[in-house]
Design a protein around this ligand. Structure first.
Ligand SMILES: Cc1ncc(COP(=O)(O)O)c(C=O)c1O
Length: 347
């Protein structure tokens, strides 16, 4: 409101207003121990545009972008739109959907230009501890052609005493080829304000600025000033958010594991769980239809019980489904009871 009253309503520099770029540099220092000058930062219209700018500014035809599965649905689509080729490396439920060093090493080719690392993950909620991340960065250090795009949108949604880490912090040798991405959407419940940001090598950020300059120009002025307040203001709400989400995670994981045939690992963060519905495949739903895929599972669940989830194959790994628990405990309890009833009725 103050920014509107002050008349902060005109075009801004493409990469963002100076106070926000300074606040971003301070955030990376304070929370991640990373030194970035404001000139190494860029403000975009949502975290989405950060990723899109980076890919559009760097990909040539034939360049590969390595994406661990399950992945956030937009990554492969953005790679394709930018003329690159998405390649994938599988994770497993037994490893809580975390990438292992050996398969990662095997999946990297001379054409791999980027790897996208998203921790905590949408859709699995999996987050890498410092030791786990170090094993991944050790592999990446050995492949100097690979740049690292970190999607840290869910940084502040980690539970218990879990410590969030980001790749450039764990392995300083990667600093020169890492774009550390974040935003205010999730940590500050500002999804509609559309502010994402990143920091990285100046020449990469400059290339992203060129792309953005011919596309959307600077992000909304009012939203940029609001993001300054979010990053520089009191942070106590984060503790309240974390506690609420941790309780919801525990409720949902426990209730889903009591559903007939579902297997649900306990993730470290974000607000998603990603149970396996492998045992439901081949069974008959109450409607009489045989469940052949995870897409059938979620469609039947929606039609029979009115519970909306997303099938795992949309995220590149199934048969699973994603449950978002960004809603009240009462709704979650009701939804999970319906999922239990649905699973119990499969024949
Ligand atoms: C993993 C991940 N990255 C990026 C985004 C996009 O963030 P924004 O809304 O700031 O564009 C989302 C939003 O759902 C997400 O889940």
């Amino acid at each position: 409101m103050a920014a509107i009253r002050r008349g902060e309503t005109k075009y801004t520099p493409v990469s963002g207003i100076v106070p926000l770029r300074e606040a971003i540099a301070r955030k990376f220092k304070r929370e991640n121990g990373l030194d970035y000058k404001p000139s190494q930062t860029i403000v975009c219209t949502g975290g989405k545009q950060v990723i899109y700018n980076a890919l559009l500014a760097t990909l040539n035809p034939g360049d590969e972008v390595l994406i661990p599965t399950p992945y956030w649905v937009s990554y492969p689509e953005m790679v394709g739109l930018c003329g690159g080729t998405a390649t994938f490396v599988q994770t497993a439920l037994e490893d809580n959907f975390k990438l292992k060093p050996e398969p990662l090493d095997r999946a990297i080719t001379p054409r791999t230009k980027w790897i996208i690392l998203n921790s905590p993950s949408n859709p699995s909620g999996a987050a890498y501890s410092r030791d786990e991340m170090k094993k991944i960065t050790d592999v990446l250090v050995r492949h100097p052609q690979v740049w690292v795009l970190t999607d840290d949108m869910y940084e502040h949604l980690v539970f218990g005493d879990f410590e969030f880490v980001t790749p450039a912090q764990v392995e300083p040798k990667l600093y020169e080829r890492t774009l550390t991405m974040n935003g205010v959407s999730k940590a500050y419940a500002m999804t509609g304000w559309r502010i994402g940001y990143a920091a990285g090598p100046e020449h990469l950020v400059k290339a992203m600025d060129f792309v953005q300059g011919q596309q959307t120009s600077g992000a909304s002025t009012i939203a940029q000033w609001a993001a300054v307040e979010a990053l520089e203001g009191p942070q106590d709400h984060l503790q309240t958010f974390r506690k609420a989400f941790e309780d919801r995670r525990d409720l949902v994981v426990s209730m889903l594991n009591q559903a007939n045939g579902l297997k649900c690992p306990t993730p470290e963060g974000a607000f998603y769980v990603y149970p396996s519905c492998a045992e439901a495949i081949g069974r008959k739903a109450p409607s009489g239809k045989t469940i052949g895929t995870d897409e059938d599972f979620v469609t039947e669940l929606l039609e029979t019980e009115g519970v909306a989830t997303v099938h795992g194959t949309a995220f590149g790994l199934g048969p699973n489904f994603r449950v978002s628990y960004a809603t009240s405990n009462a709704v979650l309890e009701e939804a999970c009871s319906r999922i239990q009833r649905f699973c119990g009725a499969l024949r």
